[in-house]
Design a binder for this molecule. Structure first.
Ligand code: AP5
Length: 213
């Protein structure tokens, strides 16, 4: 959890690699639905392009379906879910059904200036969801995804006015659910201001050393 551009996706992908667990990113799944041209995708796009949260029913359904796949049996990292109280309650229900528990909620904190600098220089791969930063994490070849060779784009919601609105939506609708996890000691803060190479160490301090298989 964290404001837009704080580095949730970057950290989630590192956690996925370090602990060899799938990364389930709500934003990526929604962008996939948009790209496929499904009815849900069309609804989602209208909200996403304005920087609003997509209706809970859609996001919960997509996330629940993804969590029912067998690759989640040994754990998973959720990026960008839950973002509302209804989603938090739904996550409790889904985890209970799967006999799973939430270990940790990591919340990323970052200054607004850092966020604006990051999002304006972010480039994303619409094919595989990989994320780059033109100055700090550039792709090997300009405009081309290292992972899948896809063409990198600037997301349509990464324009200043919409970024500002996404930030307000985060403060109003998502930040309040943090208390729920703080009350049971599951919420742990991770700085969004760290350099890329400092992040794995900070993750290990919170989640412990990955098991060597
Ligand atoms: P989503 O795709 O989740 O976007 P977001 O929350 O706004 O977050 P971002 O993806 O913009 O940023 P991030 O924090 O992941 O940062 P990143 O790691 O990329 O959601 C988009 C939309 O979908 C929402 O607005 C909403 O409409 C909808 N949606 C999604 N989930 C939903 C839900 N649960 N319910 C309802 N609607 C939902 O990093 C940013 C940049 O900084 C990158 O370029 C990266 O390379 C760089 N960077 C990161 N860390 C560092 C570092 N330490 N040093 C230098 N550069 C860094």
């Amino acid at each position: 959890m964290g404001p837009p551009g704080s580095g949730k996706g970057t950290r989630a992908k590192m956690i996925g690699k370090m602990y060899r667990i799938p990364v389930i990113a709500a934003g990526d799944m929604l962008r996939e639905a948009v790209a496929k041209g499904t009815d849900e995708g069309a609804v989602a796009r209208a909200y996403m392009s304005r920087g609003e949260l997509v209706p809970d029913d859609i996001v919960i359904r997509i996330t629940e379906e993804r969590l029912s796949k067998p690759d989640t049996e040994n754990g998973f990292v959720l990026d960008g879910f839950p973002r509302s109280m209804r989603q938090a309650v739904a996550l409790d229900r889904i985890l209970k059904k799967q006999n799973a528990t939430l270990d940790t909620l990591l919340y990323v904190t970052a200054k607004p200036d850092t966020i604006v600098g990051r999002l304006s220089l972010r480039r994303s791969c619409p094919k595989c969801g990989a994320v780059y930063h033109l100055r700090d994490m550039p792709p090997k070849e300009e405009g081309v995804c290292d992972e899948c060779g896809g063409r990198l784009i600037l997301r349509e919601d990464d324009v200043e006015e919409i970024i500002r609105h996404r930030f307000e939506v985060y403060e109003k609708q998502t930040f309040p659910i943090l208390e729920r996890y703080q009350a049971v000691g599951k919420a742990k803060e991770i700085s969004g201001e760290l350099n890329i190479d400092q992040i794995p160490g900070a993750i290990e301090e919170i989640l412990g050393k990955p098991q060597v298989l």
